[in-house]
Design a protein around this ligand. Sequence first.
Ligand code: FES
Length: 216
Amino acid sequence: MASEAAPLEPQTTEAEADRRDFILILTGAMAAGGAAAVAWPLIDQMEPASDVLAAGSPVTVDISKLSAGQQIVVLWRSNPIFVVRRTPQMLAELTKPSLLNRLRDPDSKVKQQPSYAQNWSRALKPEYLVLVGVCTHLGCVPGFQPAPGSVSPDWPGGWLCPCHGSKYDLAGRVFQSVPAPYNLPVPPYDYESDTQLVVGRNPPNETFAISDVVTI
Ligand code: FES
């Protein structure tokens, strides 16, 4: 990846400071069916050794407590990784022509994802979206804005970059007429089980590397 994430400011207690470089809770989350933002708790079991992180080794993420509509953010290869559990309503938005017509690359033709995520949901399982949370313009971290109408009257939910206003939908697809040229990348990932994601490891017989994505 040519772009680097902007400095992050995780909100942790003093006792949690030693692990704040790994788990970053950047945003609130939208409760299913509602608009209230709630804090997401730190996940205690995600504490790999520092040498594991430095090597960019796969990172296991427990998604068992991730509620519908929520996002968690973990760090992999020094980049924030967004993991979102999408609601049926969020998924229904992704194929609407009224949205597709506003996207720069609605079919994910540019190589910003592995082949197993080059589909309508940009995911192995539509319910869970995994993205590299680094704006493809100049590398800021987009903010999660899942509530329809929260950014503009026709906002379907997605991410808004705080630096120059690039917008992405709830599949990480970039809108037209913004500075960012490409969709948010999907990293290599797989499932260890129904409740455990592994970021940085492909499914069997897949060879995608994050360095394969197109950058400016
Ligand atoms: S870095 Fe995101 S819009 Fe410029």
